[in-house]
Ligand binder design. Sequence first.
Ligand code: 1SD
Ligand code: ZN
Length: 258
Amino acid sequence: RGEDFGYDGVIGPRHWSERYRECAGKHQSPININVLRVKQVTLPDIMFIGFDDSIDGVHVSNNGHTVLIEVENELHPRVRGGPLEADYVFSQMHFHWGDNDTFGSEDKINHRSFPMELHMVFFKEEYKSVKEAILHPDGLTVLAFFYEVDRHQHPAYDEIVGALQNVTEPHTQVEMEHPFSFLNILPYDLRRYFTYRGSLTTPPCSEVVIWLDFEQPIRLAHEQIKAFRELKSTHGKITHNFRPIQPIGDRVVFYNID
Ligand code: 1SD
Ligand code: ZN
């Protein structure tokens, strides 16, 4: 299949640009964020609309590259404000992780890796879908959250982590039994974040993403993170699914604090 890509060998990140030209672009993600070089700003407040609603009809699936969480319900959370000039509507969320707890995030901060990263993908409302949005430079925003290992389990993650054992095979899916609220799985401080213009971190690597990387990590138990590494692609276990960092080039990273 033409769309096949992976994280190792001949289908690994170093080969993506052979099939997907944009993966060799100058504004790619992920990047390392050097905190000494960021530009400090105070942007308008971000509005997290529908993030505390309990949503049902939530699906957890294995797409062969990651775990995807999608909402079947028409009631989609949305974001506006911060660096965004319009409303962005939720599409899906997914995760990137590494072989062990010492690496696995995509962006890095001062060259520090985190064991896992959550991406919440939103498309600009006027473009109606992700498919259309990736044709426009302001098409998507991804809210990125880092994970850190904690001694305790994070109870809001129990159902997601529990669902993983039912989607170990690629292209399988389960429905969550209990309603789900976005706010419950996020960190407490949503005011401090880094923002920059970049790309999808997977093919076709389109340079259409306004990235927001929240500073405060989410704390999960080692066992909860470990469960993600049991998922399989058609090539075997997905022990890691992060793209290596890309050159920052002429870009500026903004750091929002208030
Ligand atoms: O890896 C995801 C990919 O699965 C898809 O969700 C895409 C948006 O259509 O976004 C990338 S990422 O840049 O959010 N990693
Ligand atoms: Zn991602």
